[in-house]
Design a protein around this ligand. Structure first.
Ligand code: HEM
Length: 408
């Protein structure tokens, strides 16, 4: 039993999240739980006790079995690291079928692999421009400010039809909305409200433009809403755009920094990819998606709608279950050498994008962006190197460099 576990009845209760770890390390406690208590009883700073799944098969089960509900999380006192209870019923991530399928259908066509592949030339153009600016800048430069943040922001803005001029507003609001316990519930709620008000104003502008409105995702969603009011409520419309705007840049931005810093931390990795970017980058991206934990701790929580047995544990109806995606991606039962980063032999069945009905809507877009950014840097800046220690985000629930000083 770990130092921070207490025993209640016969089932030890583990304090979660575990102690903060540096940079991108995964707390070794996950591996211990995975072998000793794969469905572990956990206690978080707020909410009732719940369960944490850390095995690959169990995590996939929880993510895909309809007996585990996301909608039931709304308003419930589930285990969590922040004081506030989730009160956002109109968000795609907080719904179950059939509401979830209805919302998802409205946006999924824009994010299929084929539709996203058509964006490749435009994403390449943006990458070329940003990397050109980087090369023209003074050394050392911050890779996040110059490439990691602006690329996914510009791509998702163009796709949705959000003006780039809104970037300072929604970047600040996104950071505040995703703050960890160092931020206040009031500040997070105010930041979400800022995002909703901003998107609602863009929607109103589009409606005024009528037939002259540009052909982008916001216009498409407005038509779906206005053609048949039952398909999408106004709140759902706004929240869908906010979710795609946040999801569409925050994770890719952080993963860009995480991947570049991981490669540069051992320059032989960078050099190996630079020798043949086209032949190596797609596999390297998959392996880094598997290996790098992007969340500070598990956040995806579901509530059992009936008793479910997993192994020798019965998860009772009403119990909350969290999934350790990063732990599942290092499960020796699913991957050979799970704790080694092997860029040539990726663990392609990783679940970095989740699994089941809520699996990441933007996975094709994220893959495309990460492949294009890395290939462009490896090709045009093969001498790229770290110019100082990485400054990690200290106040976010998402892991990534706040600043990544590089030279070339
Ligand atoms: C490396 C980048 C990314 C990672 C690691 C990532 C990860 C994830 C994960 C793990 C989930 C599932 C959550 C759950 O089931 O509880 C998810 C859902 C989602 N992601 Fe991503 N994501 C990334 C990029 C993106 C991008 C570029 C978009 C832009 C469209 C996006 C939009 C979404 C949305 C809308 C959902 C909710 C889907 C639903 O509830 O049906 N993500 N993402």
């Amino acid at each position: 039993m770990s130092m921070n576990a207490t025993t209640e009845g016969r089932c030890p209760v583990h304090q979660y999240p575990f102690d903060a770890v540096e940079g991108l390390d995964l707390d070794p406690e996950y591996a211990r739980l995975r072998s000793e208590y794969p469905i572990a009883r956990i206690r978080m700073p707020y909410g009732e006790d719940g369960w944490l799944a850390t095995r690959y098969d169990d995590v996939r089960l929880v993510l895909s079995d309809s007996r585990f509900s996301r909608a039931a999380v709304v308003g419930a006192d589930v285990p969590r690291s922040l004081p506030e209870v989730n009160e956002m019923p109109d968000t795609i991530i907080n719904t179950d079928p059939p509401e979830h399928s209805r919302l998802r259908r409205l946006v999924s066509a824009a994010f299929t692999y084929r539709r996203i592949e058509r964006l490749r030339p435009r994403v390449q153009e943006i990458a070329d421009e940003l990397v050109g600016d980087l090369l023209a800048a003074e050394k050392p430069a911050d890779l996040i400010a110059t490439v990691g943040m602006p690329l996914p922001v510009q791509v998702i803005c163009e796709l949705l039809g959000v003006p780039l001029a809104g970037r300072p507003l929604f970047r600040d609001a996104t950071d505040a909305a995703l703050s960890d316990a160092s931020g206040t519930p009031e500040a997070r709620a105010a930041a979400m409200q800022t995002l909703q008000t901003y998107i609602a104003s863009l929607v109103a502008e589009r409606r005024d433009q009528g037939a002259d409105a540009p052909d982008d995702l916001i216009s498409g969603l407005i038509s779906a809403r206005d053609a048949d009011g039952d398909r999408l409520s106004e709140d759902e419309l706004v929240m869908l755009v906010v979710t795609v705007l946040i999801g569409g840049h925050e994770t890719t931005m952080n993963m860009t920094g995480n991947m570049v810093s991981t490669l540069l931390a051992d320059r032989s990795r960078w050099a190996a990819l630079a020798a043949d970017p086209a032949g190596t980058v797609p596999r390297a991206v998959e392996e880094m998606l598997r290996f790098i934990p992007i969340a500070k701790h598990a956040t995806q929580v579901r509530v059992a709608t009936e008793d479910v047995e997993i192994g020798d544990v019965t998860i009772a109806a009403g119990d909350a279950v969290m999934v350790g995606i990063a732990a599942a991606n290092r499960d020796p039962g699913a991957f050979d050498h799970p704790d080694e980063l092997d860029l040539a032999e990726p663990g392609i069945s990783h679940i970095a994008f989740g699994y089941g009905p809520h699996a990441c809507l933007g996975s094709a877009l994220a893959r495309l962006e990460l492949q294009v950014i890395l290939t462009t840097l490896l090709t045009r800046v093969p001498t790229l190197d770290l110019a100082g220690p990485v400054e990690w985000r200290a106040t976010s629930r998402v892991r990534g460099p706040l600043r990544l000083p590089v030279t070339w």
